[in-house]
Design a protein around this ligand. Structure first.
Ligand code: GLP
Length: 247
């Protein structure tokens, strides 16, 4: 007898500006309601609007990041952290250098620390709020299709589709690193709340499969079906292949 657990995933279809506003407001409220907040942060184009709003809120003195601890999802392997395409650089540029976060409270997985990364997250109390994007092939962080659901932070070989997608940030496809270090799917699932941002037609297939198909390692994001506090935020384009009505 096969029993399928009904997913608790919530889906919201909004304009990108609305998605950014809702998520930024949630994060600000969370930071202002707790002594210490642990954020799980993502890179890529999807979270940039949220980071911009957080910077604005900081500038308007609506929030301080003094007591915020952050854990980024992933980083390329063998990339200089001063390289403009590194995720370290990305975070500095979009958030860390523009707010009052203590840089010692910011964390990235690396070749040196990855075996202890999950433990370090736990020691800090676990992630309160995790931001995710999604790859066009359904990856989250750099957990590519085929990744086991119980993986912790580990080193990965990137799929060609991911290298191609990410080559838009590099001057040529040859420059895109082929390996990365990523939080595992199990690492991500430990977060108390998860929001996933998907915009654009390039994400429509992955979003349709995530929402309408069963959980499968071929679509890493589908593990989120088992989490009880997840919201999937899509714009019109990313939701364009959905065949079922969303309540
Ligand atoms: C990269 C990152 C992911 C990100 C994804 C989508 O491969 N490792 O964390 O979610 O791409 O990126 P974007 O938001 O630019 O579409």
């Amino acid at each position: 007898l096969l029993m399928f657990k009904k997913s608790n995933m919530k889906i919201k279809i909004l304009k990108k500006e609305e998605i950014d506003r809702v998520i930024a407001e949630e994060i600000i409220t969370l930071i202002n309601s707790k002594n210490k907040v642990v954020l799980g942060l993502a890179t890529g184009s999807s979270p940039i609007g949220v980071y911009d709003l957080l910077v604005k809120a900081y500038q308007n003195k609506e929030v301080s990041f003094k007591n915020v601890i952050s854990f980024n999802l992933d980083e390329y392997l063998n990339i200089d952290i001063e390289n403009k395409q590194s995720y370290h650089y990305f975070m500095k540029e979009h958030l860390f250098s523009k707010v009052d976060i203590d840089i010692n409270n910011t964390h990235f997985p690396s070749e040196e620390n990855y075996l202890k990364y999950d433990e370090e997250i736990k020691q800090n109390g676990g992630i309160d709020y995790q931001i995710l994007g999604i790859g066009s092939n359904g990856h989250i962080a750099f957990n590519e299709p085929g990744t086991m659901f119980n993986e912790k932070t580990h080193i990965v070989e990137l799929k060609n589709s991911t290298i191609k997608d990410n080559s838009r940030f590099f001057s040529s496809i040859e420059e895109v690193p082929t390996k990365a270090i990523t939080s595992g799917l199990e690492t991500i699932m430990q977060a108390r709340k998860i929001v996933l941002i998907a915009t654009g037609k390039n994400k429509a297939r992955a979003i349709c499969d995530l929402i309408e198909k069963e959980k499968t390692t071929l679509l890493p994001a589908s593990i989120l079906k088992d989490h009880d506090n997840v919201v999937i935020y899509c714009d019109e384009d990313a939701s364009s292949l959905l065949t079922k009505q969303i309540a």
